[in-house]
Design a protein around this ligand. Structure first.
Ligand code: ADP
Ligand code: MG
Length: 324
């Protein structure tokens, strides 16, 4: 396993890799030199630049998931346009290039969420709005345009579908996870979520449509708002996903192994949930309590080995079976 990244040295992946290439993503000469040493490249971060992905493909190396998946998932507007083009329901949304756009959209939208189109994660790059705000001021405070204004969904819960598509086109779905967020950050996931056949069908067919449209290879996660049985797609991640970490303990094959199987062109594994489980994220200094956490019954702990503890940063998680 070889790792390429701007901070690969001392990074969690760098610690377990046999070879680490530390360089910026946009240093295309270094990217090409790296690609020449490996058979296939995958990524665990959707903000890898499109030009980097193109350089890998041009070096004749397999890139999975494909560059098109990277392009759609790193730009919120393009992502929602893709959902809509595939007939997948979303909240109403408006592209925002300037204060004039925002003022006009706000008068239609009412309660809504303004998001930067790029580089947002864990609720960062977002501002909840009521509709009466001063557009000029809001954009200056949030920074980093262009933006998307989304109507605020009135959801009863949040769900996610982790799935994989192999090089042969085979698709495997994990059970749907139910996710609780606090302050825009995932706090807890339960797998399997209790869902009706209709909800399962909506989640699977939306995810399948994305996988097939993008000729996708690897693990993909689609996040949904469940609005009383009607699913709206929120966003997607072209990688293993936090809500799928529970698969490490809950399923025969974890999302991580599944991803590697897909990228390598191996058969996909079984996705059944053997042990219905909950996962809770350790955010910031939560992880300092690791010793008392592992003393709890049935608790499996994973710490990521990130060097700096910051407020709001995901440092690890624990998983416990749901004992009934
Ligand atoms: P990210 O996960 O990249 O930070 P999301 O778009 O998933 O960005 O937003 C994070 C969380 O904020 C969501 O999981 C949800 O709880 C809330 N949220 C985001 N968009 C909306 C929306 N349009 N309506 C209601 N809640 C939203
Ligand atoms: Mg999200």
């Amino acid at each position: 396993t070889a790792v390429y990244g701007p901070d690969a040295e001392g990074s969690p992946a760098g610690e377990v890799a046999t070879y680490v290439h530390q360089a910026p993503y946009d240093d295309l000469q270094r990217v090409t030199a790296f690609a020449e040493r490996v058979d296939a490249v995958t990524y665990e971060f959707e903000n890898v630049p499109a030009a980097t992905a193109a350089a890998i493909t041009e070096a004749g190396v397999i890139l999975a998931p494909p560059a098109a998946a990277l392009a759609s998932s790193q730009e919120r507007l393009r992502e929602k346009d893709l959902f809509r083009a595939l007939g997948i329901k979303t909240v109403d949304y408006w592209p925002i290039a300037d204060a004039g756009d925002l003022q006009a959209a706000l008068s239609e939208a009412g309660p809504s969420i303004l998001k930067t189109c790029r580089f947002g994660y864990d609720g960062k790059g977002q501002a909840p709005l009521q509709g009466s705000e001063d557009a000029e001021r809001v954009l200056a405070e949030l920074g980093g345009g262009p933006w998307i204004l989304e109507a605020k969904a009135q959801f009863s819960r949040e769900l996610s579908q982790v799935a994989a598509r192999g090089r042969d086109g085979a698709i495997a779905f994990f059970d749907i996870a139910e996710n609780e967020h606090r302050g825009g950050i995932l706090r807890r996931s339960v797998m399997p979520a209790e869902v009706s056949a209709s909800v399962q069908n909506q989640a699977q067919s939306a995810t399948r449509a994305v996988l097939e449209r993008l000729d996708y290879v690897g693990v993909l996660t689609v996040e949904f708002f469940d609005c009383d049985g009607v699913l709206l797609a929120n966003e997607m991640a072209p990688r293993v996903h936090n809500s799928g970490h529970v698969t490490l303990e809950a399923c025969v094959i974890s999302q991580f192994e599944q991803h590697i199987r897909a990228v390598a062109g191996w058969p996909l594994g079984e996705t059944d949930t053997l042990t219905p489980s909950e996962m809770v994220n350790l955010i910031g200094h939560d992880a300092d309590r690791w010793e008392s956490l592992i003393a709890q019954p049935h608790t499996s702990l994973t710490l990521y080995g990130k060097k700096e503890t910051e407020r709001g940063r995901k440092m690890g998680h624990w998983v416990r079976p749901l004992l009934r």
